[in-house]
Design a protein around this ligand. Sequence first.
Ligand SMILES: C[S@@+](CC[C@H](N)C(=O)[O-])C[C@H]1O[C@@H](n2cnc3c(N)ncnc32)[C@H](O)[C@@H]1O
Length: 270
Amino acid sequence: MTSIDEHYGHFSHLDSILNTIRQAYPEGPSPFQLAPIDQLHIGGIKASERLLKRITNAGRILEIGSGLGGLSRLCYHNQHKAALYVCLDITHPLNKLNSTLNQLTASHCSSVLTADGQSLPFNDDSFDYVVMQHSLLNIPDKNKALQEISRVLSPNGQLILHEVLKGSNYESMQFPVPWASQPDHSHLIEEEALLSLLNEKGFVISSIEDWTQEALLWRTRQTAKANKVQKPSLTPALVLGPNFSVMGSNVQKNLADSAIRIVEVVAVPE
Ligand SMILES: C[S@@+](CC[C@H](N)C(=O)[O-])C[C@H]1O[C@@H](n2cnc3c(N)ncnc32)[C@H](O)[C@@H]1O
């Protein structure tokens, strides 16, 4: 079995990724131009814009499993320049590239930290928002992670999850997918199990939306783009490796076959 670091840490070629970005965008890339490599979730930058509407004031934001930090730069660019935004991720090479992208774009407000979402290095009541975008799906001990989130979130805070769940036909699930080369790294659960865990940890659900149909349309458009003769210079394969085209078409199949679902859940402490 490969480690989660091996799955996400294809960064012996960090310099070549930076050169590709510099050549494509010598003036410095915008969040929209970086989206093919730093919005590593189903739905891309549009889904992030939709999620960020939930963040209504520039408070203290913790993103767990922030990857390359696309959401944090978009948050800064689109709405909250004064937010105190912490990007936390377990994969150190992703964090290094996230910090470098921050310098390259000069549009950021985040600090970047390598840590495990199952053991958060913060005091109680440290954040107004905790956000997870396609990262709970990699976390084996959700009980521990949600316990930690409930501890660090302020009593008036909000937990915002944009996640992949098991669909009604999960038995047909195909691997590899962008978050797991093999089943061992994929920790999907059903909606009922997620809601019951949130409830156990003292959360009340303030909103739940199913984004599966939009996600399928988005993934279908991405496949069409990738099949064009003139390939874009920035693609998720730069980060997720040459197997990305198989991962992308498996996501499309899994969505179409109801093996997976995409939801946004907003939960608040009781
Ligand atoms: C599918 S990627 C999503 C990245 C980012 N949220 C995005 O949407 O572009 C999942 C991320 O979760 C991170 N991750 C996995 N397990 C984690 C853990 N236990 N604690 C913190 N981050 C974790 C991975 O390193 C990876 O960056």
